[in-house]
Design a protein around this ligand. Structure first.
Ligand code: UDX
Ligand code: UDX
Length: 469
């Protein structure tokens, strides 16, 4: 099928590359020329395991192309994915201006072919109808512009723009939320738990179901013998709500276990054991029960805030979600409190952070807990150093100041009064901690993810402090 993906960020590029990989003809549109140049050369502008490989393979077989030309993309696609960013506004709402611009742009380039316009970006509930209106506006504006010069020399009577539209454009809007986790986005696309399609249009749903056949039938899955992927077909608003509710639930689940961890700290229980014990209850489930310094990234913080904001708009105060957010904000600085308990005065001390990104296997620093920790330590007069497997290699340092980024773990440890494990990168399990302890001023490890082997660390000479243990 002919697909156009507009916006090649973490969601759009992965979606485009995976759909090209399963054999669809994909055109990816992005207004950033540098990015388009890079992708045309087969290079991924983001770090995502497996993405470069499928991108290069798709370029070779000719199933994917990149352009800055929205008109070309719209003309090409039967299915048009809107996958531009919807960052959080200062008041917690979603900044939907990019979606708005793209929807109008699509409208202005619509031809006589029936198109399905898909909201892949996480947009506020009710945005499906809003996108439809914007597409219609874009279409009307373009028609008026096209016809105005012809009318200029006419009979002089007033002509209302709507009367210039000889026919309605043929399109439907579908909400198809993504549930990809950064760091395993390609895997998640080929092995989803479900696919959600929201629309009242039968032809639109039929086209979307056809698009996803290779994935629903698990043709590219790790385990092809599993039953087909469930497809939830529902109305637009419910599909939009599913996305928010899923992320809000997962974020609340993590805040829940972090709250339990803080109580464990006080009563002398071990949250890792508690999480194991409750996670075995199939109604609870063991996933997303890893206590630590809290959730971050481009989705959880903005989606939970947006849901609180939407509820507010309707006069409903979302107490539980607000509590999940405030537990998380406090949790991010818990490691600094623990450091104060051990070192007492932080002014004039040097602290090294193991990891900067909001989770492992990504280069994403958006709303990373590391940023709050750096800010707080700097405020307290501490010198902050950091080593991150990706950020240290790429030198990408957007949005981080007040930190010295070291090129390897030994240089990080050198002269430190303590280390804080911020991101659970696999390679941190196997560092030479005996050697690192010898380089430190005082070997203290605050394990912000309960990720390291406490006994091994203590044997290496560290004073080990975890979260809730
Ligand atoms: C509950 C716990 O589930 C059980 O593990 C514990 O040992 C005792 O308390 P029970 O009292 O039998 O068990 O009630 P249950 O049916 O599990 O649910 C409790 C209440 O929650 C009910 O009123 C039920 O209607 C409600 N409920 C349950 C919901 O509102 N939504 C749900 O998804 C599940
Ligand atoms: C999330 C959702 O999982 C995905 O379905 C959605 O579409 C996008 O948002 P992502 O933000 O990539 O994905 O990462 P995720 O793996 O969900 O982790 C989010 C944050 O929670 C990270 O900061 C992670 O470190 C933290 N986390 C996760 C915990 O602190 N404990 C856990 O048990 C799990």
């Amino acid at each position: 099928m002919r697909v156009c993906v507009i916006g090649t960020g973490y969601v759009g590029l992965v979606t485009g590359a995976c759909l090209a990989h399963v054999g669809h003809q994909v055109v990816c549109v992005d207004n950033n020329e540098e990015k388009v140049k890079l992708m045309k050369a087969g290079q991924s502008p983001i770090f995502e395991p497996g993405l470069s490989e499928i991108l290069q393979a798709a370029i070779q077989v000719g199933t994917i192309a990149f352009t800055t030309d929205l008109a070309a993309g719209v003309t090409h696609g039967q299915i048009l994915f809107i996958a531009v960013g919807t960052p959080a506004l200062p008041d917690g709402g979603s900044d939907t201006r990019y979606v708005e611009a793209v929807a109008r742009g699509i409208g202005s380039h619509l031809d006589s072919e029936y198109k399905v316009i898909v909201n892949k970006s996480t947009v506020p509930i009710g945005s499906g109808d809003w996108v439809r209106m914007l597409v219609m506006d874009g279409y009307a504006e373009q028609r008026v512009e096209a016809v105005a010069p012809v009318l200029a020399g006419g009979g002089g009577e007033e002509i209302r723009p709507a009367s210039l539209l000889t026919h309605e454009p043929k399109f439907d809007v579908v909400s198809n939320p993504e549930f990809l986790r950064e760091g395993s986005a390609v895997y998640d696309t080929f092995n989803p738990d479900r696919i959600v399609l929201g629309s009242s249009s039968e032809p639109a749903i039929a086209l979307m179901q056809e698009l996803y056949i290779p994935i629903v039938e698990r043709q590219y899955a790790e385990n092809r013998s599993l039953p087909s992927v469930p497809v939830v077909v529902t109305d637009l608003s419910s599909a939009e709500m599913i996305k928010y509710a899923a992320n809000a639930f997962l974020a609340t689940k993590i805040s829940f276990i972090n709250e339990v961890a803080n109580i464990c700290d006080r009563v002398g229980a071990d949250v890792v054991e508690v999480a194991k014990g409750i996670g075995l209850d199939s109604r609870i489930g063991g996933k997303f029960l890893q206590a630590g310094l809290g959730w971050g990234g481009s989705c959880f913080p903005k989606d939970v805030s947006a849901l609180v904001h939407t509820a507010d708009d309707y006069g409903y105060e979302a107490h539980l979600l607000k509590a999940a957010v405030s537990v998380n904000q406090r949790q991010r600085l818990m490691v600094v409190e623990k450091l104060q308990q051990v070192l007492k005065i932080l002014k004039g001390k040097t602290v090294g952070l193991l990891g900067l990104t909001f989770k492992p296997n990504t280069d994403d620093l958006r709303d990373a807990p590391a940023l709050n920790i750096i800010e707080q330590l700097s405020r307290l007069g501490t010198k902050v150093k950091a080593y991150d497997p990706i950020i240290s290699q790429t030198g990408m340092r957007h949005g981080i100041s007040d930190v010295i980024v070291e090129t390897d773990p030994d240089r990080l440890a050198d002269g430190c009064d303590a280390l804080i494990l911020v991101t659970d990168w696999q390679e941190f399990r196997n560092l030479n901690y005996v050697h690192m302890a010898g380089l430190m001023h005082s070997p203290v490890m605050i394990d912000g993810r309960n990720f390291l082997d406490q006994k091994a660390l203590e044997k290496a000479g560290f004073r080990y402090v975890g979260i809730g243990r």
